[in-house]
Design a protein around this ligand. Structure first.
Ligand SMILES: [Zn+2]
Length: 162
């Protein structure tokens, strides 16, 4: 994706109030993010680890969603798979994240959940720039994996915004 600025990030959020969007913690190293290798921008709030954020380019422009990270089940060496990039992690590498729906649905308390890489590093796992341990050998190309991931992400964002 192309680099985006802090004001553009703040303006992209569809499922929080303007006040929340103004206050939420944006990474202070936006200039240094590996934009060329990112299919979306995702981050955790370092001061409030149950908060995560995701911003992606869609047909309708930039869409940002605020996510709440469910408490992790710890103490078990379980494997789980990210529903966006299909990377398999052990332990806490995948977290259940829920997004309040945009608009009236959100005001009624409806939300949409998905299992996502805990560090929202899907783009980098796909490209082998981050290691999740054992890799599943797949016969499809990187471009196909990226397309699949952005497809899953677009479907998730549609569920949040519809
Ligand atoms: Zn992922």
């Amino acid at each position: 994706m192309l680099a985006i600025s802090e004001p553009a990030v703040r303006a992209s959020f569809v499922n929080c109030t303007q006040g929340e969007a103004k206050r939420l913690a944006i990474p202070n190293d936006l200039d240094l993010r590996p934009w060329a290798d990112l299919d979306f921008l995702g981050w955790r709030d370092p001061a409030a680890t149950q908060r995560a954020y995701l911003v992606a380019e869609t047909d309708g422009g930039l869409v940002g969603v605020a996510l709440r990270v469910a408490a992790q089940q710890t103490g078990r060496a379980r494997r789980s798979m990210c529903s966006l990039c299909l990377t398999t992690h052990t332990g806490d590498g995948v977290a259940l994240m829920s997004a309040r729906k945009a608009g009236p649905g959100g005001r009624q308390g409806n939300s949409v959940g998905a299992y996502i890489c805990s560090d929202l590093g899907c783009s980098l796992y796909l490209r082998g720039k981050k290691d999740a341990g054992r890799r599943i050998d797949e016969t499809i190309t990187l471009d196909e994996k990226i397309e699949r991931t952005t497809g899953h992400l677009a479907a998730f964002l549609r569920r949040v915004t519809e």
